[in-house]
Design a protein around this ligand. Sequence first.
Ligand code: HEM
Length: 495
Amino acid sequence: MLSFLQLESLDFKSVLLFFVVFLFIADYLKHRKPPNYPPGPFQWPFAGNVFSIDSKQPDVYMRKLAEVYGDIFSLRLGHEETVVATGYKMVKEALVGQAEIFVDRPYSPMGERMYPDNAGLFFSNGMKWKTHRRFAMTTLRNFGLGKTLMENAICEEIRYLQEEMETQKGDPFNPKMLFNNAVSNIICQLVYGRRYDYSDYTFQKVLKKFNEALYLEGTIWAQLYEAFPVIMKHLPGPHNAIFSNYLDVADFIRKEVERHKEDLDPNNPRDYIDAYITEMQSGSGNDDFTESNLVMNSLDLFLAGTETTSTTLLWALVLLIKHPDVQKKVQSEIDTVIGQSRPPSMADKASMPYTEAVIHEIQRIGNIVPINGLRLAGKDTTLGGYFIPKGTSLLTNLTSVMFDKTEWETPEEFNPGHFLDSEGKFRRRDAFLPFSAGKRVCLGEQLARMELFLFFVGLLQKFSFSTEEGVELSLEGEVGATRTPLPFKVFTHTR
Ligand code: HEM
């Protein structure tokens, strides 16, 4: 006869076994694929493919999967069913052809913790996103985007940057933080109405926190948090720094908001924060305009407006140092069109096709957002002949567009000729999508294009660039939220 203790332990074992079997069956049923769902690699119960993805180069890994499964394939990243679109035609069909269906972002445990209540510009959805996106675009335009005022502010920042670079007196230095600060000052002027000196310790600390968080967002720690938030929330590890860093940056912005409130004149808003507070206080009846939303929107503008453009400028240095002939040709065009005595202006762009082509090719090869922002299928649809049920996440692999063999003559090579016609005139290319496309296309594209042209020309007008003797700069890059060059040092030679 079984003793009482044996009976108790049998019961416990049975319950445990039943529970485990129940979990497996529930997981299987929840993730059962409908007919004609895109194919994909084997998915482990609970974890799906989260452990098989190469977190160092997820975009490259996904391109390899596309060679096996085709331009539309499926993955499971933790509990999220994800469909990956590969190549220009498929990405365009999803983002532009089905723009209304793929307008929202999927649920993200990290996004929810960092941006509670559907806040911010990047993670938000629905009316709240639409209203705030429109408000941000109108306000940025009112404060100078696309106008001479903005050009002058950028050219003034370039002068500060040039002066700072001259203080290096020809010694090699890592330009990352300096570029970060200089570029950030442009969005700071639009959002906070001020710039921060390169020696401002508090601001440098904020930029470093941002950089660290963005790097960590691309690591396996962030992927594990997205896949298993309930467990990861309680575990120690680098992922916790993502949240604490965001909180520190939000605190910094909150102080800026308080500073604005002290001397706000609703009839003369000076920047985005003033305009937003004025809207909040206007009694327009839109409850979405709240102070916490203001902080998170400003954080998104600050983040997106800093890291992206400055990383592109870092790739510009890497590529020009690797291709001194291209560097010389750009400088010769600058000398012919602008000369040395006046700053560049956007009006010069039309007369500088080679420079324009080089900037585009830097963006293509630099490929700073290899994996685009995720989208969500708002209703059942078909893509590439496959059935995509409502609620599936869509990942558009921008690397596969920028290096699409069917679109580019020499996809793996740095070749400004991709953007020049037979007469040397600038030519647009459809498959050039660094800012993405469709309803969620980068909100700052116009500002970024202006910054890239003016900073790039301003730097090459004044300096030539090289690196330390015997050092071969790498094109590999480090993939976090953006793809940044590995740390490198640069020599500046005043021209
Ligand atoms: C070279 C510079 C830049 C690149 C390559 C870039 C690229 C991108 C990409 C790929 C997206 C995701 C779009 C999608 O999900 O389809 C995005 C979104 C966004 N970008 Fe940029 N960006 C740049 C500069 C900027 C600047 C200067 C700002 C500041 C105003 C900015 C603000 C934003 C915002 C707010 C979003 C979210 C849009 C939304 O979800 O509605 N970006 N950007």
